[in-house]
Design a protein around this ligand. Structure first.
Ligand code: NCD
Length: 337
């Protein structure tokens, strides 16, 4: 794909070469995201970071990624604070905001709303999550992390077995992850969910068409044997008709230390897009796994910075321009790696 000036709306835009290109640029971003070097390559550029749903990682890491490239960030975190609350539509909002910014990131509760917004934007728009539809930057950072984790164990993403667990119906992170997994080779994909929350048929079809094994389970244990990765997710309460309905599924599929030790290989990587629901009724990924060195969840969040820096560098066409503009970090930094 041509990254320069493009909107990033869906993982369907990415072929294998495009994923490798993002990884290549993200690896070059690691010295900046890990605070070894400073670059000002986007000095003077403005990011509009427009989030109409709760977000900790996605909003702050997109903002920090832009700051780390030397750009300025303008955050908006509620629809009520914009003229959308006065009846303005997304079309007009996009026409206006794209005059103020060089790139926009948007999260919206409605599937398709970010694409609708981008159609009227004069600058690239990156989808930070649209309803239960897609979350492409999360899938890219998950695959970037998986690539690192597999290499560290002398394995590769191609040929791995991955067990994906939880709310596969409404989880946009999982939907984008499954879409992006399709571009890799020879995967064994095990999908674990309550029967009411299974992954949509078209995504399973896409994986099978690419030659991947896809199997489905409604309990966790039988899916875990010889799995290279287990990817947990939370029940997406906000997508259900009521919290009571979501409660029917909460806490049904749990990975804790006892289950891991009984059923997983000792080097199985544990992932989660976060937030994990740590309330007593949920605990899909138990805190008793925190000391396990295979728990990659905070390596995922750290990698989110480098991958989001890479997306900005690619769509704003500075991926080959930042090295000459970098210098060593002069301030005290904490341990990163
Ligand atoms: C995910 C999301 O918002 O879709 N969170 C994230 O961006 N890391 C997953 C979730 O909320 O469960």
């Amino acid at each position: 794909m041509e990254f320069r000036g493009s909107h990033i709306l869906s993982v369907d835009q990415f072929g294998r070469d495009d994923v490798e290109r993002v990884f290549e640029v993200a690896r070059k971003m690691l010295p900046f995201s890990q605070r070894e070097s400073v670059t000002r390559v986007l000095e003077g550029a403005v990011l509009g970071n427009i989030f109409f749903e709760p977000s900790t990682r996605t909003r702050i890491s997109f903002g920090s990624a832009f700051n780390l490239l030397g750009g300025n960030v303008r955050d908006t975190t509620s629809e009520e604070s914009l003229s959308l609350a006065k009846g303005e539509n997304l079309h007009d909002t996009a026409s206006v905001l794209s005059g103020y910014c060089d790139v926009l990131v948007m999260r919206h509760p409605k599937a398709g709303a970010v694409a609708e917004f981008s159609a009227q934007s004069r600058v690239p728009v990156i989808n930070g999550g649209d309803g239960a539809n897609e979350h492409p930057s999360q899938a890219l950072l998950d695959l970037f992390t998986l690539d690192q984790e597999m290499r560290a164990k002398a394995k590769s993403v191609d040929g791995m077995s991955i067990t994906i667990v939880g709310d596969l119906r409404f989880g946009r992170a999982v939907r984008s992850l499954c879409g992006l997994l399709s571009v890799f080779d020879s995967l064994d994909v095990r999908l674990v969910s309550p029967s009411q929350l299974t992954l949509r048929e078209n995504l399973k079809e896409k994986l099978r068409k690419q030659g991947h094994e896809v199997s489905e389970f409604d309990s966790l244990e039988p899916a875990l044997a010889a799995s290279d990765v287990v990817y947990m997710t939370r029940i997406q309460t906000e997508r259900f008709a009521s919290a009571d309905e979501a409660d029917l599924y909460r806490g049904r599929l749990r990975l804790d230390r006892e289950t891991y030790e009984a059923w997983c290989d000792p080097d199985t990587v544990i992932m989660h897009p976060l937030p994990r629901d740590s309330r007593r009724k949920a605990r899909e990924l138990d805190e008793d796994l925190n000391p396990n060195p295979n728990l990659a969840i905070f390596r995922q969040t750290d990698n989110g910075l480098a991958v989001r820096m890479a997306l900005f560098a690619l769509v704003l066409d500075v991926a080959n321009k930042f090295e000459e503009k970098s210098r060593a970090v002069p301030w005290h930094t904490g341990a990163r790696a």
